[in-house]
Structures are given as C-alpha cells and as structure tokens.
Design a protein around this ligand. Structure first.
Ligand code: NAP
Length: 305
C-alpha cells in the first residue's frame, strides 16, 4: 500500500472513485468544500453508491480543505472550471513529491494546475465511465467505461496502479494521454454543441450531416496543427460511430443546459478555438457554433465560459 488517497469533490465521478477505493479497504479521505457541506455529509451518514440495482452506504471519513494532515495523493474530481481554485485551497497541505490526479474533461484546467504546482506530479485521466448524482451524496453508477491515466512528462507507471485493480476501477496506463484527451475533446466538440443548438438526442445529429462533416474537418486540422496526428486520424468516422451507439442519449452538455447547470464549454470548444487561433488554423464552423452556443447559454442565464 502506498499512502492515503484524498478525493477532492464528492460529486458523481469523485463519489464513484471514492466508494470503490474505500470498500477495497484503501485509506481515503474526502475533502468537502465548506463546513455546511461537511455537516450535510455527516447527516447523510456517508456516500451512497447505487450500482447494479443495489445500494450501499459508505461512511468514508471526510474533512475540510483547511485540515492539516499532509496530502501525498490528491484525486481532483471537481468540474474543470472549479479545479484550479479547489486545488489552491488544499495546496499548503501538498507534500513535496505529491501526486495530483486530474479527472476533468476537456483540456486547459490540467495544464493550469500542472504549471501552478510544478513540484507535484500531475496525472491526467480521461474517463468514459458514467455516474450521476441522484441526490446529494447519492451516486448512481450509470455506465461502465474505461479510465486512461497518463503523465505527459513522465511515462513511468506510478507504483499504486495495483490499488485500482483492488478497487475494481477499470484503467489503462496511457503512454500518450494527450492524444486520448485531445481525441475526446474533439468528439465532444463535434457532438455537444450541435446537440444543444438543435435541442436533440445524439442520434438526430445524423440529420445534420453538413455541419457535422465541416466541424470534423476543422477539428482534425486543429489536432494536426497541435501535433496530435493520432487523435486526428479517423475522427469523423469515430464521431459517426459514437452518434449511432449513443443515438438515444442526450449529450452531457445538453443535460447540463437542460438542468440549468454551468457547462465546461471553455475547456472544450473554447480550448479548440484557442488552439486554432494559436496555430493560425481557420475554423469558421467551430467559431460560429461557439458564438451561437454562448448566446444560447446567456439566454438560459448560464455562464458562457
Ligand atoms: P459533479 O457531480 O458536479 O461533482 C463535482 C464536485 O466537485 C461537487 O461535489 C462539488 O461540490 C465539488 N467541488 C467543487 N468545488 C469544490 C471545492 N472547492 N472543494 C471541494 N469540492 C468542490 O461533477 P462530475 O460529473 O463528477 O464531473 C467531474 C469531472 O469529471 C468533470 O470535468 C466531468 O466532465 C468529468 N467526467 C464526468 C463523468 C460523469 O459521468 N459524471 C464522466 C466523465 C468525465 P458540491 O457538491 O458542494 O457542489
């Protein structure tokens, strides 16, 4: 065993990871944002995981960011727009060679954290697992998937990966995690905004082949300009495959807008758009979609970043 896990954020994915690590007997602390959330957590008696039709409550120890015990391994399970500020709150507790595991979707938040805390090893995670909160501290494990873990500057596998086997958390150590993250970002950029703007399930996007095709071409060009050849290769075919496989689903961004929740647009389309600008790639379809999407978010009273 190689030290205590600290899980920052007890939401959907943080809860899914925390309950599985805890029930495998691994030492773990949850970090909740403030005394009110901590009191609510204690009143709930722990984190409940609903899985395969059964539910179990796990009384995982929880604490506030300002607790004083050192943190060697921090799993950051906040949304991308909250991640940097959340890490800043616990930063004084990070040990010199601590590890920060970043579960955020899209790109941008991971790099900001890696730059801000260079003495920590940052491990980026691309997850296709599915979880949602049925109520506060009640997590539903909704979809099986995979977690790709990797470190863009150090390919050495961390010694604690075996703990994920113990906890039954599916994972693959990715030699090229940036390719995984860029590919997922591009897929999200192709599907999410169109599903929000057309207010439709993923499958209905097949009725909009032209914008989808133009978008995939522009995104592939952006990926190539960023030296992400593998991520660019076959992008449109994979987007079409995913649309067919998830035809009945609403995209995560569609669900966020529908539920009045802030989206991670800045770390998805915003990031693609900034990369395009930086490399001089012209992306009129992406630009127009981003403008229309931001206007729609403002109309819904949601942040447009
Ligand atoms: P979520 O359910 O909204 O959970 C985020 C949690 O972070 C919330 O519990 C929130 O606390 C907490 N938080 C925010 N700021 C904090 C702070 N300063 N200190 C402590 N806790 C803080 O989000 P999620 O769905 O798990 O998503 C997390 C990331 O994983 C996102 O980037 C998402 O795109 C990615 N992801 C999610 C899934 C999925 O199926 N859910 C799948 C793949 C990737 P409160 O409860 O107090 O608001």
């Amino acid at each position: 065993m190689t030290g205590v896990w600290h899980v920052l954020g007890a939401g959907s994915l943080g809860g899914l990871w925390a309950t599985r690590l805890f029930r495998a007997g691994l030492p773990l602390h949850l970090i909740l944002r403030n005394p009110q959330r901590l009191a609510e957590y204690h009143a709930a008696g722990g984190l409940e995981l609903l899985e395969n039709g059964t539910s179990r409550l796990y009384a995982i120890p929880a604490e506030l960011p300002e607790a004083t015990t050192p943190i060697e391994r921090l799993l950051v399970a906040c949304k991308a727009y909250d991640a940097e500020a959340a890490v800043a709150e616990v930063a004084p507790r990070l040990t010199k060679h601590s590890e920060i595991l970043l579960l955020q979707n899209g790109l941008g938040s991971q790099q900001a954290i890696a730059e801000q805390w260079p003495e920590s090893r940052c491990i980026f995670i691309s997850s296709t697992e599915g979880a949602y909160r049925q109520a506060d501290f009640q997590i539903v494990h909704a979809g099986r998937g995979q977690n790709w873990l990797g470190d863009p500057v150090n390919r050495q596998r961390p010694p604690w990966l075996g703990e994920l086997n113990l906890a039954d958390i599916p994972y693959t150590w990715a030699e090229d995690i940036m390719a995984k993250l860029w590919r997922k970002l591009a897929i999200n950029c192709a599907i999410n905004p169109l599903s929000v703007l057309n207010d439709c399930r993923n499958g209905e996007l097949l009725n909009h082949p032209e914008p989808l095709h133009k978008l995939c071409c522009e995104l592939s060009e952006v990926l190539r300009a960023c030296d992400q050849m593998d991520a660019a290769d076959g992008l449109e075919a994979e987007v079409l495959r995913i649309i067919q496989a998830t035809a009945q689903n609403f995209s995560s961004m569609h669900q966020d807008v529908q539920n009045g929740r802030r989206t991670e647009v800045s770390f998805l389309l915003g990031q693609a758009s900034r990369a395009a600008h930086q490399h001089g790639v012209v992306t009129p379809t992406l630009r127009e979609l981003l403008d229309r999407l931001q206007a729609l978010l403002r109309r819904h009273g949601l942040p447009d970043d």
